[in-house]
Design a protein around this ligand. Structure first.
Ligand code: ADP
Length: 211
């Protein structure tokens, strides 16, 4: 079983990913792969510099994130050009990691993909189910302001660059609602119930499951 996990910034997607891993899933972090691809010597760097010029590269050879953010958040086409470079690399490496996890005995792989709704067509054929973590936009803003210490305008800017709530819900096979009224313990219960539905509780009594 291959599950795609997505949600807007601050929805609680990473929290749900960690809970699913506790239920025995192999968790593949597409953000971490994307970050590695734009580190110094990363697989995306030569194409990024070819596309955007040396101004988006720092002295170490890594992508200068603030320069790129300034360029891409104000310009949807620039964002698309960057995603066109990074997405194929992330998909190939995520696939390779999933194959390795399955070879090593994993029965369920969860792909944590923040931009799944944006890049859906590419992912759809490798996923059996899409799980969307959902909450109202106001809750996203509150959580990210508290987690990252960002001003509200910065959170709104990131949200505006992501797929809309409706676009995410449209690709969902299952939705986990994680609004302000859902306590973390209740979220954990919801994830366990969902994991059971997905036949995921294979490690329920094994030593691999955390208490
Ligand atoms: P995402 O990966 O979607 O950006 P996170 O999983 O990091 O979001 O969650 C954002 C923040 O909100 C984190 O600090 C997390 O601990 C907190 N959070 C998420 N869900 C809940 C919840 N149900 N109750 C309380 N805090 C939550």
């Amino acid at each position: 079983m291959r599950i795609g996990l997505t949600g807007g910034i601050g929805s609680g997607k990473s929290t749900v990913g960690a809970l699913l891993a506790r239920c025995g899933a192999a968790l593949i972090d597409s953000d971490a792969i994307a970050r590695a691809s734009t580190a110094s010597g990363g697989a995306a760097m030569s194409a990024v510099v070819r596309e955007f010029g040396a101004r988006v590269q720092d002295a170490s050879g890594a992508m200068d994130r603030s320069a790129m953010r300034a360029l891409a958040f104000g310009d949807a086409r620039a964002r698309q050009r960057l995603q066109a470079i990074i997405h194929p690399i992330v998909q190939a490496q995520a696939q390779a990691q999933a194959d390795a996890a399955i070879q090593a005995g994993a029965h369920c792989v969860v792909f944590d993909v923040p931009l799944l709704a944006e890049a859906g067509a590419h992912w759809r054929h490798v996923l059996d189910r899409v799980l969307v973590v959902d909450c109202p936009p106001g809750v996203q803003i509150e959580r990210v302001m508290a987690r990252n210490g960002w001003p509200e305008t910065q959170v709104r800017q990131v949200m505006a660059a992501q797929a809309s709530r409706a676009q995410r819900l449209a690709i969902a096979d299952a939705v986990l609602f994680n609004g302000a009224e859902v306590a973390l313990a209740a979220l954990a219960q919801k994830v366990e119930a969902l994991a059971q539905r997905f036949g995921l509780m294979i490690l329920a009594n094994s030593a691999n499951r955390l208490a």
